[in-house]
Structures are given as structure tokens and as C-alpha cells.
Design a protein around this ligand. Structure first.
Ligand SMILES: Nc1ncnc2c1ncn2[C@@H]1O[C@H](COP(=O)(O)OP(=O)(O)OP(=O)(O)O)[C@@H](O)[C@H]1O
Ligand SMILES: [Mg+2]
Length: 261
């Protein structure tokens, strides 16, 4: 089976990695792809809550890696899509509980059965990031349209390139068209320009995300709003379909703030 490991990461925390991992996983599964989404944020697990599966955890990835269960036992089947599985992580361990080699080995096992393996990485550039990067065929770097987030994304792009992983692509999350128009927020073009990295898509700020997170139902499962649409478009692009990017108004503040061409 042709299998792709997609690591979803960022420099800055809280930019939407878990939200994006869950929704892209759901959108791919609704395209009839066999998908597993792995929570790579060991000790700070969140993916299970965003996906509403927290009450179904019996074993987790650390139990599998340390030999307390079989791979299948650690996977939770999400019945809302044809072939969607979640691999939760341990809540009581730290980021050193899984090494890069162990993550690669686990993904190699999963590659036998799944077409897309999405890894929700922790924030930062420490060991947890390297562990999640190790098995990646593709890397999505989530950034918000703000200077500090973009600068951290720039740093991560450099690290991904240094590890010869990728190609890295940027995913802009929480874009607000009205604020871009008023030149209060960086535009898609500005961010792409300064990061010189391909864009996989831009997800708008959408209050449906908040409710969906509280309910444990990712918007991509049944939502038709702007964020859900963006996630479905990103999933299609991951499968190789050409879906045009929506272009926002360019603004000029970015270069002044950042001093970078
Ligand atoms: N497009 C969006 N519109 C509105 N709210 C969003 C959007 N994306 C994410 N959020 C909200 O932002 C918050 C952070 O999201 P999330 O937990 O996915 O970030 P993260 O990058 O995984 O964080 P961490 O670095 O802590 O793992 C959540 O409350 C989520 O609901
Ligand atoms: Mg997260």
C-alpha cells in the first residue's frame, strides 16, 4: 500500500496543530482513504478530546512501544468515517518516553495498513519535535498570521530542511480576511513570500472550531462552514488534486516589521 506520513508541526504553541491534524485526518477519511492520526504530544495529549474519543482509550502508543499491548489494541476506531483511527498517547509520561527510532518503527508497522498517517506534533523544537519529524514523508508547518508565529515557522522550516525531511509546506491557520483587508493582519501572500515555502492552504478563523472542539466533533466531519471547507481542500491537495488557493489582499506591513525580503 502506498503510504504517506504527514507530520503537522509548528514553532510556536497553540497555533492549531491538533485542530488541523484532527480535521485533515477526518477529511481524508471522508475521501475514503485509510487514515490514522497519531497524538505525538506525549504527556499533553489533546487529540483524543478534540476528536471526542477520550472515553474510549484503553491503551496508548507508549503501551504499544513498551510491549504492553498489540498495535491494534492501541488504536481507536472512529466510527464517524469509514476508515479513521486515532492513536492516543500517554498522559502520565514525558516527551522522552518515545524515541525517534521507536516512532519510525511504529509508523512502519502502520504503513502496512494505512494510506495516511498524520502525526500531531508537540510545540517547540526539542526532542518531541524530532521524534515526530523522524518518520515524516511530508511536513506541514502551521502558523498563525502574526509575526511571532511566522518567525518561529521560519526557524522550523530551517530545521526540517537540515534533517532533509519534507518538502515542508505551510498551513496558515486563523486567517481573518477582513483584518487582512484593513492591513491589521498578515496576508497569505506576505507569509508565503517571507517564508519562501509552498502553501498547502489557509484556514480561516471560524467560531465553529470552538464549539466543535468542546463537542468532540471536528468541523470537517459534518460542517459546511469556512474552516471545514478549507480542511477538505487541504485534504484534496494532499491526495494530489489541484485545488486553487484563495488569495487574500497583500499588505505591506510585514516587511517593515520583519525587515526581510
Ligand atoms: N481556525 C480556527 N478558528 C478558531 N479557533 C481555532 C482555529 N484553529 C484553532 N483554534 C483554537 O485555538 C486553540 C489552540 O488550538 P490547538 O490546540 O489545535 O493548537 P496546538 O497548536 O495543537 O496547541 P499546542 O501547541 O498546545 O499543542 C484551540 O482553542 C482551538 O479551538
Ligand atoms: Mg496540540
Amino acid at each position: 500500500m502506498q503510504s504517506v506520513v504527514v507530520t503537522v508541526t509548528s514553532g510556536k504553541g497553540g497555533v492549531g496543530k491538533t485542530t488541523c491534524s484532527a480535521n485533515i485526518g477526518c477529511a481524508l477519511a471522508l475521501l475514503q482513504k485509510k487514515v490514522v492520526v497519531i497524538d505525538g504530544d506525549i504527556g499533553l495529549r489533546n487529540l483524543d478530546i478534540v476528536m471526542g474519543l477520550e472515553n474510549r482509550i484503553v491503551y496508548d502508543s507508549v503501551d504499544y512501544i513498551e510491549g504492553r499491548c498489540r498495535l491494534r489494541q492501541a488504536l481507536i476506531r472512529d466510527k464517524r468515517a469509514p476508515d479513521l483511527y486515532v492513536m492516543p498517547t500517554a498522559q502520565t509520561r514525558d516527551k522522552t518516553a518515545v524515541s525517534a527510532e521507536q516512532m519510525v518503527a511504529m509508523c512502519d508497522e502502520l504503513r502496512k495498513d494505512y494510506e495516511y498517517i498524520i502525526i500531531d506534533s508537540p510545540a517547540g523544537i526539542e526532542q518531541g519535535f524530532h521524534t515526530c519529524l523522524a518518520p515524516a514523508d511530508r511536513v506541514l508547518i502551521v502558523t498563525n498570521p502574526e509575526v511571532s508565529s511566522v518567525r518561529d515557522a521560519d526557524r522550523v522550516i530551517g530545521l526540517v530542511e537540515a534533517q532533509e525531511k519534507g518538502p515542508a509546506q505551510i498551513l496558515i491557520n486563523r486567517l481573518m480576511a477582513a483584518r487582512v483587508k484593513k492591513q491589521e493582519m498578515l496576508s497569505m501572500d506576505d507569509i508565503v513570500d517571507v517564508l519562501s515555502t509552498e502553501l498547502i492552504g489557509a484556514v480561516p478563523e471560524d467560531e465553529a472550531i470552538l464549539m466543535s472542539t468542546n463537542r468532540g466533533t471536528p468541523v470537517a466531519l459534518n460542517g459546511r462552514g469556512p474552516a471545514a471547507t478549507a480542511f477538505h481542500e487541504i485534504a484534496l491537495r494532499l491526495t494530489g488534486e489541484e485545488v486553487p488557493l484563495r488569495v487574500q489582499q497583500p499588505v505591506s506591513i510585514f516587511h517593515r516589521l520583519f525587515g526581510k525580503a
